[in-house]
Ligand binder design. Structure first.
Ligand SMILES: [Zn+2]
Length: 349
């Protein structure tokens, strides 16, 4: 994939709160169509690109990002909000956010200044329920005039920056990284037919319960389904290789099980086959056990009669923050690995 960083940057700066993924879905649809895929969108908003004939291989990457929604508006026009997806409360203070009213509007997640806090107050973690968003209006009426009401979506407004030659940082890398991989796969088959019926899926509503991918899987009924998402990489202070055996810059990771075994459990023959595919592509797969957390694969595996499923993760630091970090080479390597999977699947007994 030639333009992985450019594609990731474009996708990262887009806004797709869970349940309102259109902006990213439009991008994916355009990319799939430009590469000769026929595209459909379902009721929930999943975007599905298909190309080729034969066994069906589905590659799903979720398009939504952790977000918030307006709970109420105070008399003075401040927004109280609920979290949608796993957000660590202290990460909220000082965040710039985009409020998805009729016209998008910037806001800041604010709290009292430290000067106004006593010693005990300073030590406490401020919870999301006590925070508010300032959108620069003075009354509830003014906010309502902008079309803001309970349920209005809110996303983080972050920057995209480069940390070194290969590492970049930004918001919503979970899972615009996976979407970038899916774009890379589409590009790889732009000028040729895949040896399978390749179904590339931009799925919705992952962050709040892996819902969209389940619906898409039911509709497609694939012979093989792979979720491509991000996965935790060690290296931050307090996170050792013993706890998280996946590193940045070492290529894609295969999750053997997710959610401590309460989600996806990849069967041994699938693990061995995927390892042989990686070997053929001169790559090694990192192996991962996820104690908590799950990807779309944890839903996909249990649709219909049960699906041949795997979960491929691109290593990432600081998940669910506005400063997630990935190594762009891992994205390129994951595209290469997925091409190997697609090419080898028709030969698999
Ligand atoms: Zn996530």
């Amino acid at each position: 994939m030639k333009n992985a960083e450019e594609t990731l940057k474009a996708l990262s700066l887009m806004h797709a709160p869970t349940g309102q993924e259109n902006e990213v879905a439009d991008f994916m649809e355009k990319k799939f169509k430009a590469c000769g895929f026929s595209v459909t969108r379902d009721t929930l908003g999943n975007v599905i690109g298909r190309k080729g004939k034969g066994k069906k291989v589905m590659v799903a990457s979720h398009m939504d990002e952790i977000s918030m929604a307006v709970k109420s508006i105070t008399d003075k026009g401040f927004l109280k909000f609920v979290k949608v997806g796993g957000i660590y409360d202290p990460m909220l203070i000082g965040a710039r956010v985009l409020v998805h009213a009729k016209e998008r509007r910037m806001g800041v997640v604010a709290s009292k200044a430290p000067h106004g806090m006593d010693g005990e107050e300073m030590k406490k973690i401020q919870e999301a329920k006590d925070l508010y968003i300032d959108i620069g209006v003075s009354s509830k009426k003014e906010a309502e005039k902008l079309g803001i009401r309970p349920g209005t979506h809110i996303t983080f407004s972050g920057e995209f920056s480069r940390l070194n030659e290969h590492w970049v940082s930004g918001k919503a890398f979970d899972n615009r990284v996976g979407c970038t991989v899916n774009c890379g796969i589409a590009e790889a088959y732009a000028d040729k037919q895949p040896p399978v019926e390749l179904c590339l899926v931009g799925s919705v509503r992952e962050e709040s319960g892996l819902f969209g991918a389940g619906v898409a899987t039911f509709a497609i009924d694939p012979d093989l389904a792979i979720a491509v998402d991000v996965t935790h990489a060690f290296g931050a202070p307090g996170e050792s290789e013993e706890d998280i055996p996946v590193g940045l810059g070492k290529g894609p990771a295969l999750a053997i099980l997710e959610g401590g075994g309460y989600g996806l459990i990849t069967s041994n023959d699938v693990v061995e086959w995927l390892e042989s595919v990686a070997k053929k592509a001169n790559m090694t797969l990192q192996m991962e056990i996820s104690e908590r957390g799950a990807s779309d694969a944890s839903r996909i595996q249990y649709i219909r009669h049960g699906m041949l499923t795997a979960s491929v993760g691109v290593p990432l630091r600081y998940m669910h923050s506005q400063v997630e970090v990935v190594d762009v080479r891992d994205i390129v390597q994951t595209v290469k690995f997925m091409q190997g999977v697609i090419e080898e699947f028709p030969k698999r007994k």
